[in-house]
Design a protein around this ligand. Structure first.
Ligand code: 3HC
Ligand code: NAI
Length: 694
């Protein structure tokens, strides 16, 4: 027997102990080990009860996701769980840590469940684009009813052990040693000759009315637009109500098999591993020393500075917020107060926690106050002169051990670092707006940034509940650099015959929360206008800012002025097509000598998404990102790229890199050199090629 499962006997209780670090996933050997344990216990007349538990930090956290998509090795999990349920000896699951997915399904197969008070129980399969495929959709409703099951299965978030106890999912909470508690519980069951609770034989309690399912589907339709799994989860739970157990189980299996082989699930599993891989930096091992970060300063109390200060305060750190004048400081502090108050209103934060967070932030206008901070994040105006002046000042006032970070979105971090005597302590921490809500943090490594500053920044991202992605220095880093060609092509498409609403529809149908034009209106068109004015028009390539410039010249800056690419009714954020803009577009096409044509949705999608893939490949070639999957993580967490498409690079692989390359070449021939294919994409232009082979 493989040592991932071992057995012990204590006073007639047979313990099946899973020991498969790090999270006791149900790999083939574990499934086999549990099944054999049950068989051994069944055959042993001295055994009166069985306890299933684990070594390490958690109860079984689910099926082994790495096994999905590979040939299945017996025994299947439902068979293992059936063995636990069908034995005549009482089975008790001893839960601690996170009992998730297949792990909770194993527990549901047991007749009783005891848990540590801080354990978490959940069926998160939906987040991997699948559903609980080992009886979870059939057994859970038989314990906690339909609506609570839908919340757990369709939502995918775990519940705490206390909530599970009141729902009847857990029979007893244990303080201290859960294994000892479970053994004691098992002995009590035997002594009291309690009937065994076999959930497959139970009926579903509470409201089982068919309308519940339709109402639930309606409730999630908008939020889960484009996703397949949440709706499949509802169908499976419905089967628990409408079909006898065995048929319900068969239905669950059928749906599971369909989902597990779907592109969506492949994409979501890719993202699961990508979000973990991103933390691994080849030349900065886990053992790299990190610096303490307790006191932080944020420079610039504007849009970004205020949000960044909140990130640190919410993570329990003291923050000094500095701006040029007290008036700007006060404005920043007022924004912070307002944002926290809105979290309280939405029930996301208690009044007391809000007060504690607000109290952690103090405003200042004096650099002298920054002498004792461990980290400074600069978020002043996006101008190299100002940034260098600020960094030179910081270099003088801050402790030599302090990390000096910039939130610049476009400027050269190496040049900023050169204004200090300690470029090894300088790094980019590029937050995304709204900084207190967006999960992404691009961590920009300068030529001289020290490894310990990088390791500290990666750790910091976790402390702030963000996903840190290490990137190199270039214009726009990873996220915004990919945004440019996407927006460029969207503008060209409109000059050639499409409308902003057509482009936006194609992009939202693809799964992004907003199309490029609605997004431009939201962010404000004046920002890009100022940048274009400073840069001047390119002389050697087609200019993509004609329409945006013209809108800005008319004072149409987007939502903030009620007009941009679209028109917005008073107090509304809903974009409405504007005939005036349609006329402008027609006129621009004429001026540019472009004959407008019908443009297909397919062309729009390819022209918007393929340049992202091509730019991503250039980024990889230049070593700006460590992995293609890091680029996917950036675009999913920073720009709302649909997780069920796996990110732009994974999407490119699902289309076929040879196909993408061929189209990029075709567009290069039609459109010009902005479509020049990346050498990496050219090398990978083969059927079935993957970026990590490049
Ligand atoms: N299968 C394979 N590997 C897994 C895994 C799983 N179910 N869960 C976690 N891992 C791996 C991670 O990839 C990571 O590997 P790495 O160290 O090489 O990067 C390692 O375990 C540790 O994971 P985390 O970094 O996520 O550790 P945390 O302590 O932060 O979180 C956790 C632990 C809450 C258990 C989290 O890992 C998690 O949510 N795991 C996935 C749970 C899940 O989705 N379960 C359902 C699986 S599908 C299923 O059960 C189908 C069934 O219905 C048939
Ligand atoms: P903002 O204009 O809202 O705020 C800038 C603040 O810096 C103002 O309050 C200003 O008074 C202050 N300031 C200017 N010079 C200063 C100085 N010398 N000392 C102290 N304070 C000074 O700008 P925003 O949007 O917050 O941007 C700040 C930085 O963050 C820029 O580098 C920008 O590129 C970057 N960024 C912006 C994002 C956005 O979506 N707005 C996203 C990511 C990064």
């Amino acid at each position: 027997m493989a040592d991932v499962v071992r057995y012990e006997k204590q006073d007639g209780v047979f313990l099946i102990i899973v020991d498969n670090p790090p999270v006791n996933a149900l790999a083939q050997a574990v499934r086999q080990g549990i099944k054999q344990g049950v068989e051994q216990a069944n055959a042993d007349p001295e055994v009166k009860a069985i306890v299933v538990t684990c070594e390490g930090r958690t109860f079984i956290a689910g099926a082994d996701i790495k096994e999905f998509g590979k040939p299945h090795q017996p025994p299947p999990l439902p068979e293992v769980i059936a063995a636990l349920e069908q034995t005549d000896k009482p089975t008790v699951a001893a839960l601690f840590g996170t009992a998730l997915g297949g792990g909770l399904e194993v527990a549901l197969g047991c007749h009783f469940r005891v848990a540590k008070a801080d354990a978490k129980l959940g069926l998160p399969e939906v987040k991997l684009g699948i559903l609980p495929g080992a009886g979870g959709t059939q057994r859970l409703p038989r314990v906690i009813g339909v609506e609570a099951s839908l919340d757990m299965i369709v939502g995918g978030d775990p519940i705490g052990a206390k909530q599970a106890l009141s729902a009847g999912l857990v029979d007893e909470l244990v303080e201290g040693d859960v294994r000892a508690g479970a053994v004691a519980y098992a002995k009590r069951v035997v002594a009291e000759q309690r009937p065994l609770r076999k959930l497959s034989e139970a009926s579903v309690p509470g409201n089982t009315d068919a309308v519940v399912f339709d109402a639930y589907a309606d409730k999630i339709r908008k939020k889960k637009r484009g996703f397949e799994a949440p709706f499949a989860c509802i169908d499976a739970v419905r089967a628990a109500v409408e079909l006898p157990y065995a048929q319900g189980l068969a239905k669950e299996r059928e749906i599971f098999q369909g989902l597990v082989s779907s592109t969506q699930s492949g994409a979501q599993r890719h993202v699961f591993f990508a979000e973990r891989e991103v933390a691994k930096i080849p030349d900065v091992p886990k053992s790299t020393e990190t610096l303490p970060v307790k006191k932080v300063a944020v420079l610039g109390a504007g849009t970004m500075g205020a949000g960044i200060a909140m990130c640190f305060a919410s993570a329990g750190m003291g923050v000094k917020l500095l701006d040029r004048e007290q008036g700007f400081v006060d404005k920043g502090l007022a924004t912070i107060e307002k944002n926290y108050a809105s979290s309280v209103k939405r029930g996301k934060l208690s009044e007391a926690d809000k007060d504690a967070c607000v109290a952690r932030i103090t405003g200042t206008t004096s650099y002298d106050d920054l002498a004792d901070v461990d980290l400074v994040v600069e978020a002043v105006f996006e101008e190299m002169g100002i940034k260098k002046e600020v960094f030179a000042k910081l270099d003088q006032v801050c402790s030599p051990k302090a990390i000096l970070a910039t939130n610049t979105s476009t400027l050269d971090v190496n040049e900023i670092a050169s204004a200090t005597s300690r470029p090894e302590m300088v790094i980019g921490l590029h937050f995304f707006s709204p900084a207190h809500l967006m999960k992404l943090l691009e961590i920009v490594r300068g030529d001289k940034t020290s490894k310990s500053v990088i390791a500290t920044s990666m750790k910091l991202a976790k402390q702030l509940s963000k996903i840190g992605v290490l990137v190199g220095v270039c214009h726009g880093f990873v996220g915004n650099r990919i945004l440019y060609p996407y927006r460029r092509e969207a503008s060209f498409l409109v000059e050639e015959g499409a409308t902003p609403q057509q482009v936006d529809r194609v992009i939202t149908d693809f799964g992004l929360p907003m199309g490029p034009f609605a997004m431009g209106d939201l962010a404000g068109l004046d920002v890009g206008w100022r940048v274009r004015q400073a840069q001047g028009k390119p002389t050697d390539e087609r200019y993509s800012g004609t329409l945006a410039d013209r809108l800005c010249e008319m004072g149409r800056f987007g939502q903030k002025t009620g007009r941009g690419y679209y028109i917005y009714e008073e107090g509304s954020r809903v974009p409405k097509p504007d005939p005036e803009v349609a006329d402008m577009i027609e006129a621009i096409s004429k001026e540019l000598g472009i004959e407008r044509r019908e443009i297909s949705d397919e062309e729009i999608l390819e022209r918007c998404i393929y340049p992202m893939i091509n730019e991503g490949a250039k980024i990889l070639d230049e070593g700006i990102a460590l992995r293609a999957s890091d680029i996917d993580v950036v675009w999913i967490n920073g720009y709302g790229f649909p997780i069920y498409r796996g990110g732009p690079m994974f999407y490119g692989e699902t289309v076929g890199l040879d196909q993408v390359y061929a189209k990029v070449c075709e567009f290069r021939d039609q459109q010009g050199k902005q479509w020049e294919p990346s050498p990496l994409l050219a090398r990978l232009a083969k059927p079935g090629a993957k970026f990590d082979q490049g």
